[in-house]
Design a protein around this ligand. Sequence first.
Ligand code: ATP
Ligand code: MG
Length: 423
Amino acid sequence: MIQLIRGFKDILPEEISLWQHIETEASLLLQNFGFCEIRIPIMERTELFARSIGEDTDIVEKEMYTFPDRKGELITLRPEATASIVRAYIQHRLYSQDPVQKLYTIGPMFRRERPQKGRYRQFYQIDAEVFGVESPLMDAQMIHMLMTLFSRLNITDCAAHINSLGCPVCRPGFKVALMQKLTDRIDRLCEDCRRRSAKNPLRVMDCKVPSCREALTDIPSILDYLCPDCHTHFETVQSQLKTLGVKHEIDRGLVRGLDYYTRTAFEIQTGLLGAQSAVVGGGRYDGLVKALGGPDIPGIGFAIGFDRLAELAALNLSDISKKPGLFIAALGTAAQLQAFEWACQLSVSGIQTEMDMSNRSLKSQMKQADRLGASQVLILGEQELNDKAAILRDMTTKTQIILPFDGLIEKLTSVWNSPEGCP
Ligand code: ATP
Ligand code: MG
């Protein structure tokens, strides 16, 4: 038997109602905050990711699914969505009417990393990006929106971690100070970080190798190097989070692994998922649109790890799976054909209806209805056909009523769709 690829997974019907519920809640909230959905391709030219994510990142160095297509052009399965959304924003000149655009997308991403709990090679993200707003109010609003989503999904054991990465004015001073510290400790760093410490020392702060983490214990904090503008920006983010009542912590060690981030960087972390504690990663990227050939327009965004969010939500949500409302148990060919006609009509009218199509006994049909979780069963045998009246059995109370064929569909749909619910 051919099995799926390592690190890939199926999301089975039993999990789907939770995934759909999360997707609905997230889309609704994003739309209420003024976001519009955008759908971007799953593949892009490799160059787009190499340029926007940065050549010396884990993603670009080790994790991308890159291959030549039949004509030899290098293409990559998207490891994240920001690069493509920025590309679309520039390519379609979405800024021409109004530079302010709020976009979101939901879909699969691909990274070839070591599969483990909470870490897959195809995983899903809910990604949101805002262009054209430099104000720190937007940073606070996005974190507030995320925490609202988490609380709507009954996830409370999580916190926003925030930091500022400065800007091209103040980051170089911090980089020099960091580089000095790293040079002193170069022999304690992993091979990648030795190379990175000279080229891009901030990357070292994002390394997950334990010896690197230890070597970084008393490094300088970027917050001590912020220029006045970046300082004020970060102060406003914090004061607005406070006003909105959003729990947050300053995390001086938090950097995003991507080249284009400036100023606010944030993560939402939880203690409930073991080693894979980050559920959301986000931040500002004021230089990215320009770096990719567009106008000088600021940006900020985040990506929620859908798989991790679903895992968290599953811990707290009661059963939300959709169960059929009605099961029609029919005995004999003539009854089955009548049941078939009704099942089609009722499904069209919005009542989820199931029936047996394989002539099973009444007993096994009742068992099937029970297994499916139907709340009502409409029973139709030879006797009922002769009497032109079916039996409607309530599976909870076990009471039965007689429903004449005449007006049966109208009666069922009107009662079902009434505020009191099914009969
Ligand atoms: P991590 O530190 O866990 O590797 P990251 O910094 O690489 O995360 P981002 O690029 O910021 O992750 O992506 C945002 C979110 O997407 C993460 O916080 C996480 O929830 C999720 N995510 C990233 N990589 C994976 C993966 N391989 N499998 C499942 N979820 C992932
Ligand atoms: Mg990663």
